[in-house]
Design a binder for this molecule. Structure first.
Ligand code: ZN
Length: 78
């Protein structure tokens, strides 16, 4: 048995649940097809981190690491 101090355990459980929610959302975003910014067909698949490929027009482009959808707040940085 691994002994975990009360403090660490409490923090771990809280943090773990939050992280799971976040990663669950990211995974969902990764798996589904995205809309192509070139041909506007929903046929874009993630090839690697930040690399996306459209299966309709064959365009390959970089985007966000996990989704090509850009949030309004993030746009300001680019
Ligand atoms: Zn396309």
């Amino acid at each position: 048995m691994v002994k975990i101090s009360g403090n660490v355990k409490r923090f771990g459980v809280r943090y773990g649940r939050k992280l799971k929610q976040i990663f669950g959302k990211i995974e969902e975003e990764q798996r589904k097809l995205h809309k192509c910014p070139f041909c506007h067909k929903v046929a874009v698949k993630r090839q690697a981190v930040g690399i996306w490929e459209c299966r309709k027009c064959g365009k390959k482009f970089s985007g966000k690491a996990y989704t090509i959808l850009k949030k309004k707040a993030a746009d300001k940085e680019e």
